[in-house]
Design a protein. Structure first.
Length: 588
């Protein structure tokens, strides 16, 4: 039946656990030694596209079908380990409060591929390898901080804080075993490496470290019981990106006893992460060709690679931002509080992952791709400037009815507009090289789907109403969350050229694959009971009414019926109802 040829759609299978600790030891009324940390581990299982029998290359079918007569579903098994340790000393010297701390964390992410095959090995044997160590990733970070603060009796109070930081970031890629990535017969024309997830190549392997030194000062002056101004500055020096100085200014004014206005403005700096700088990998991706999904070996290359140079992809530089916000906070009556904030964030040189470029007629580029078992290439790049404008409002109400009864209600709404910076004609300003523009590859650099991912693929409006009622040991929580509409923009079409629209497989009519998904309302309910002071029980349901986002309406988006729900918009998921029960015991 079709179930024998199904993909695994939805959340991956995960088994995991962890332990955390938190410790403090005060002494001499002036010093406090503290430490915290934890270890978490997760093992996951996911799968890629089913390799149907007719998609297996003809040259390897005899040997592959000896083990997989009906095709196969290759699986990605991941093991993620997180370790974090922190220790510090808080001390009081006169009026100064100081905190010296060091925190270290490391994350490893390893990949084991099963139920798979390296086609280039299957060319010569039916006894091919089916499980591969595909390598893994490691990120580590150590941070040393020294902070000091105190209050001066100036006007209504002057708060001063300053400090310094030394941070070290490390990123590593571990190559997979030989057959996970190798091409045993380059002239065969079949895909190399483990199907679904070829291993990291030795040329991908890297272990890079950078150092960051930073210092800051933060001052807040209360001029009166109603008026405050704060200012802060932070200097950072990156061993790989140079220095930056950023600042922030804030103010608050109490108009009435229970009505205040606040505002802030700041600049920001984000150096490209180690992962964005150094990640490189070849993956199997499926692209639409002639109405069918065709597997393609796609490589992600660094900005310092030769393919990037040939395409005119510039080395990564930092993102910078200018941020502004203003808000009002008020207590309307006793127990009823209200806040509203408006903000704007302008990001310059935002980093995105490009789409896939081919070697085309460039023999050198084509040769470089083949050397990495890839037929296409993509990169992280500073492609666009963006602007986010948002409005957030929260209304909360708390009422103690009597000694045993309490009601709490809150209503929150967020409206956000993310947009690309556009030119006078309303077209996105894309920071592409002359090489890309001249060779007509701008859409492979940044296209309509990339635009929709930033502007309309997430809800512009989200609101929730939460009610909490407590009666003696019983707690009831009811929450309704509204998710606004989202939109997918198809990257393969020109909206002005309807003649080039794809044909619907069922109606035979030309259609755009663009789709808008309607708003949804999701209800959560939790019942809790405090059995003793230490023991509590809760049961509940997330998405109690089993609400799903809209299904695809265009045949071109469903991938032969495999994707009922969109993978390209982020509204409220398609997991449906989730039931749970929890028991908690607090050790005191």
């Amino acid at each position: 039946t079709r179930d024998n040829f199904d993909m695994l759609i939805g959340n991956s299978k995960i088994q995991g656990g962890g332990v955390m600790y938190n410790f403090s030891l005060p002494f001499n009324n002036r010093f406090e030694l503290y430490s915290f940390g934890g270890y978490n581990t997760k093992k996951g299982n996911a799968a890629g596209f089913y390799r149907y029998p007719n998609s297996v290359p003809a040259s390897v079918r005899t040997n592959v079908f000896a083990s997989y007569p009906n095709g196969f579903l290759p699986e990605i098994n991941s093991e993620v380990n997180d370790l974090s340790l922190g220790a510090g000393l808080r001390a009081k010297f006169g009026a100064w409060n100081t905190d010296l701390s060091y925190v270290y964390g490391i994350n490893t992410f390893d990949f084991d591929i099963t139920n798979s095959v390296n086609y280039t090995e299957a060319l010569t044997t039916a006894n091919f390898k089916k499980e591969f160590d595909a390598g893994g990733l490691t990120f580590r970070q150590g941070t040393l901080n020294l902070d000091a603060s105190r209050q001066y009796d100036v006007l209504k109070g002057l708060n001063v804080a300053f400090g310094g930081e030394f941070r070290q970031d490390g990123f590593a890629i571990r190559a997979g075993d030989n057959l996970s990535w190798s091409n045993l017969n380059p002239a065969s024309g079949v895909a190399a490496g483990a199907q679904v997830f070829p291993g990291f190549l030795p040329t991908n392997a890297i272990d890079s470290t950078r150092n960051i030194v930073a210092g800051y000062i933060d001052i807040e002056q209360d001029f009166s019981s109603k008026f405050m101004i704060g200012a802060a500055a932070r200097f950072e020096n990156y061993s790989d990106f140079g220095s930056t100085l950023n600042g922030k200014i804030t103010t608050r004014y109490k108009i009435l006893d229970k009505l205040s206005i606040r505002a802030s403005a700041s600049t920001g700096f984000r150096a490209p992460s180690q992962q964005q700088k150094y990640f490189s990998k070849t993956n199997t991706v499926f692209i639409s060709q002639g109405g069918n999904l065709v597997p393609v070996e796609a490589g992600t290359f660094t900005n310092y690679s030769k393919p990037a140079e040939l395409l005119g992809i510039n080395p990564l530089k930092e993102e910078t931002s200018v941020n502004m916000g203003v808000g009002i906070t008020a207590q309307i009556v006793k127990g009823l509080d209200f806040t509203i904030d408006y903000y704007q964030i302008n990001i310059k040189d935002r980093i995105v992952l490009t789409n896939n470029f081919t070697g085309g007629s460039d023999a050198v580029l084509d040769s470089l791709l083949r050397a990495n078992n890839a037929s296409t290439a993509n990169f992280f790049a500073n492609a666009v400037d963006t602007r986010s404008r948002g409005l957030e409002a929260v209304l909360t109400y708390t009422k103690r009815l009597n000694v045993n009864n309490e009601l709490r209600a809150s209503f929150a709404i967020t409206q956000i507009s993310n947009s690309l910076v556009k030119d006078s004609e309303g077209k996105p300003v894309i920071k592409a090289s002359e090489t890309l523009i001249r060779t007509g590859q701008l859409a492979r650099y940044f296209n309509r789907e990339d635009q929709s991912r930033i502007e309309v693929a997430n809800p512009r409006i989200k609101a929730n109403l939460t009610l909490n009622y407590k009666f003696k040991q019983l707690n009831v929580m009811l929450r309704n969350t509204y998710f606004g509409e989202v939109t997918y923009l198809d990257p393969t079409i020109d909206p002005a050229n309807t003649a080039a629209f794809p044909v619907n497989a069922f109606t035979g009519q030309k259609e755009t694959l663009d789709q808008t998904f309607s708003p949804k309302l999701v209800t959560d309910l939790t019942l809790g009971y405090q059995i003793t002071k230490q023991l509590s029980l809760s049961v509940g349901a997330n998405n109690l009414l089993d609400v799903y986002q809209d299904e695809h309406i265009h045949s071109g988006n469903v991938s032969l019926g495999r994707f009922v729900y969109s993978r390209r918009v982020q509204q409220m998921g398609f997991n449906g109802r989730y039931l749970f029960a929890r028991v908690a015991y607090a050790i005191k």
